[in-house]
Design a protein around this ligand. Structure first.
Ligand code: GDP
Ligand code: IMO
Ligand code: MG
Length: 421
């Protein structure tokens, strides 16, 4: 079985939690895009793990893979392996495989990301992790790959070729040119340590599928941050939709069995860009405080708003979801009425699907319907029947309006706080 999980909104939907919940049923959990801009939280046995690169199946026995479509900062990976070891989780080469072709994030990518962002008149609000610049080098065929840092001679030769160009780029943005040739020895040391982890991800997954094994592809970021279909320019630099898992992991599309979208019971966004239902008021405060909506990677406060059906509808199209996991329903407790955005008004017209361009989305005025809220704390609910009537109505209405089954409902960060609908 091959299952793909993606974020259906702007990231931070709770993918880490849902992947952890499903991981025991899978033999392989693989990351297919993005890098350490991702921050996936897993709360288990009283501990909170914030994972940036290692797939969220790490607390189970599944084999973990980092695919060639990702951009990987090896220093962050080493820190993560060390953090897990301190918590008694050994990430040995038999547990984790990194594709030989995985793009490496170099110190100059991080520097260029920060410098470029500081010069932008209209900011994107990137995570400053060098993600965009690492992908530029992939497309520009100037990337350094996992296999390069594992081979000192190759790495040095490759850097000699690339560094002058990076020096110029850094100089042009007013940065310190020395960054272009910095930390080379550290990267070689890490390359030696990571060499045993190198694998061919596509080959492993296809072989596993042939043997009837179960594979879970873990998306990072969210659908509307997709580089092709998202709210450009306020997007990340990779393709975050489900189809990207096939292309990036090297698995044919006919192998896909399930596509699960993780979606919050409201919406959040971190960084700049349109968010039609954003609530810059006490409702937004309620969602941010109760939902602890602060970035896992950067600590920035997340912008919060009501559930946006037009955006959800587009997400369903872009991913072809076969089922949804609705998260953070508990955060809505105490809000009354609840508002649900069922469409937009723009230039005197009503829309039930987002316009293509970000500028137009930003001009859209949400059309809301009011729904009755509930006061009860639902974080202990163990089944759909356990929920207050108005919470059940909210779920059922969402399901009906989206036309996709809500398979899982999450009412808190912990493992026990999820049930099947
Ligand atoms: P991801 O990037 O999609 O993996 O999501 P993050 O981990 O960045 O952010 C989700 C946050 O919400 C984390 O702190 C989770 O522990 C937490 N969380 C996940 N599901 C729920 C839920 O149902 N209720 C509440 N209150 N918190 C949740
Ligand atoms: P997870 O996997 C939420 C956002 C940044 C910024 C934009 C571009 O935890 O859901 P980048 O550094 O990727 O060039 O930044 O994308 N962003 C995320 N927002 N969750 C994430 O990951 C994100 N990764 C990037 O805030 O707006
Ligand atoms: Mg996150």
């Amino acid at each position: 079985m091959f299952t793909i999980i993606t974020g259906a909104q702007f990231g931070d939907e709770g993918k880490g939690k849902i992947v952890d919940m499903l991981a025991s049923q899978y033999d392989i959990v693989a990351r297919f895009q993005g890098g350490d801009n991702a921050g996936h939280t897993v709360v288990a046995e009283g501990k909170t793990y914030k994972l940036h690169l290692i797939p969220s199946g790490v607390l189970f026995d599944a084999r973990l893979l980092i695919g060639p479509g990702t951009v990987m900062n090896p220093k962050i990976l080493m820190d993560e392996i060390a953090m897990l070891a301190e918590n008694g989780v050994e990430v040995t080469p038999s547990r984790l495989g990194i594709d030989a072709k995985t793009s490496i994030i170099m110190p100059y990518h991080v520097a260029l990301d920060t410098l470029r962002e500081s010069k932008r008149a209209v900011k994107i609000g990137t995570t400053s992790r060098g993600i965009g610049f690492a992908y530029i080098d992939k497309v520009g065929r100037d990337e350094i790959q996992m296999a390069d840092i594992a081979d000192e001679n190759r790495f040095r030769k490759r850097l000699l070729e690339i560094a002058p160009q990076k020096e110029n780029a850094i100089k042009e943005l007013g940065g310190d040119m020395k960054i272009a040739r910095s930390e080379v020895d550290e990267y070689i040391e890490i390359g030696k340590k990571l060499k045993p982890y190198i694998t061919d991800v596509s080959k492993e997954i296809n072989l596993a599928l042939k043997h009837g094994k179960n594979i879970l592809a873990e998306g990072a970021q969210g659908t509307h941050l997709d580089i092709i279909h998202g709210t450009q320019k306020f997007v990340t630099s990779s393709s975050t939709v489900a189809g990207s898992a096939c292309a990036s992991l090297g698995v044919g599309p006919k192998k896909v069995d399930k596509v699960i979208g993780v979606i919050k019971a409201y919406i959040t966004r971190v960084g700049e860009g349109p968010l039609p239902t954003e609530q810059k008021n006490e409702v937004g405060e309620h969602l941010r405080e109760k939902g602890r909506e602060f970035g896992t990677t950067t600590g920035r406060p997340r912008r919060c708003g009501w559930f946006d059906l037009p955006l959800a509808g587009k997400s369903i199209n872009l991913n072809g979801y076969t089922g949804l996991a609705l998260t953070k329903l508990d955060v809505l407790s105490g809000l009354n009425p609840l508002k649900l955005c069922i469409g937009y008004e723009i230039d005197g017209k009503q829309l039930d699907y987002p316009p293509e361009l970000s500028d137009d989305i930003a001009r859209c005025k949400p059309i809301y319907i009011d729904l009755p809220g509930w006061k009860e704390d639902i974080s202990g609910a163990e089944s759909f029947q356990n929920l207050p009537e108005n919470a059940r109505l909210y779920i059922e209405l969402l399901e009906e309006l989206m036309g996709v089954e809500i398979e899982y409902v999450s009412v808190g960060p912990g493992r026990k706080q999820t049930f099947m609908k």
